[in-house]
Design a protein around this ligand. Sequence first.
Ligand code: UD1
Ligand code: MG
Length: 449
Amino acid sequence: MPTSQTIAIVLAAGMGTRMRSDTPKVMHRLAGLPLVDHVLAGLSAAGITKATVVLGPEMADHTARFAPHKTVIQKERLGTGHAVKVALDAFDPGESDVLVVYADTPLLTTETINDLLAQKRNAAIAVLGFTPEDPGAYGRLITNGDQVESIVEAADASPDELSVDLCNSGVLVANGRKLSAWVKALKNDNTKGEYYLTHVVALARADDDRCVYTEGEVDELVGINNREDLAVAEGIAQDRYRSAAMAAGVTLTDPASVFLCHDTTFGTDVEVGPFTVFGPGVTVRNHVTIKGFCHFENATVGDRAVVGPYARLRPGAALDDEAQVGNFVEIKNAHIEQGAKVNHLSYVGDARVGKGANIGAGTITANYDGYNKTHTDIGAGASIGSNTVLVAPVKVGDGAITGAGTIVRKDVPANTIAVSEAAQKNREGTADAYRAQQKAVKESKSKDS
Ligand code: UD1
Ligand code: MG
């Protein structure tokens, strides 16, 4: 467990050059949440409430989003050691433990953080190592018994050092007062010309201070430096969220094809079919059936509702209990009240569909005139015929009916049937002659070509 004194420094100022992006690396998202926010959430789950986030100058306008955490700007990016120095210049940690985490390592779990803090108790530094399948560009931990003697960056390592499998995750905890002194003493005489945080281990050993290490799971220590790493981390995060959902009583028919967001909320006995994507802000209550191939974003789904297959719930879609939204239906900023049904090929946007109303196939709420969005209100128990176009703003009263193909341009009072007056003409006995004529046209065209 962290002592009440544990203070975290989150390094988030790197250029993230390898991402090849206009977005700062730490703002790239994993399961819908920026990498740096995953790290902060992990710290707070471990009971660490004081953190200083080191940001690059391009994020100077974004400091408010980190409140109540402190932020410091690392104007010149001179390396991870320099970043920690910039943070420690802003506050005196005294004898508190300082936990350094990298914002590009977002999958770190509470258990591992606590494990590392426990290791630190009888040492000046505890480093979190791991053994990835491919040590690649990670720094290597050079150990001696239970101690780390140094951390060597891959670019500076000898062939012998490169053959070491135990790598540096970037996470370490150190006595704050000593760490402040060591980061001030760092030199940049290495391949990259940077002030490496990792070099504090050698400085500690030179002072005869104890440096211990513990090993964490590979899956939680993946560092994100490029888009491929990001995809690997996304896969790991998705597996975690899927497992948590299933453990909480959600059936995922094909977990691998269901994509969740960090804040997706499920009740119990929800069934989710394959190929379904949950964007941010989705709440699904109890006993809901989501048939496959659906897409959700900022939407809520009430108890016993049935959705899909092939339904899209866009921001502001709110389904009350027992509502039904079927195939090829798009709902946006619309309240579908209890037991109402929108089952086929419809667009319902900026609308209310009253309790128990039925929306026929192909119904469209024409909510946008090119300038403004306007509202459609459909009363309880109304029955909207197939292919009705509701030209908003418009109101259909309780229990009203619209005929198939009606273009509703003015309000329909309650208990009223609305039909569009385009009278149908039947030309009796003309169908055969029409077919013969069309056949002749087709044949004359094929002779010409
Ligand atoms: C670093 C470690 C390496 C470790 C690896 C684990 C050093 C020198 N190397 O390498 O041993 O195996 O992480 O993923 O620490 N940052 C700043 N300011 C800077 C430079 C970096 O805030 O001036 C931040 C970055 O935003 C990032 C973190 O520090 O979150 C790590 O920087 P990065 O450049 O990704 O280091 P790695 O090369 O991955
Ligand atoms: Mg990195």
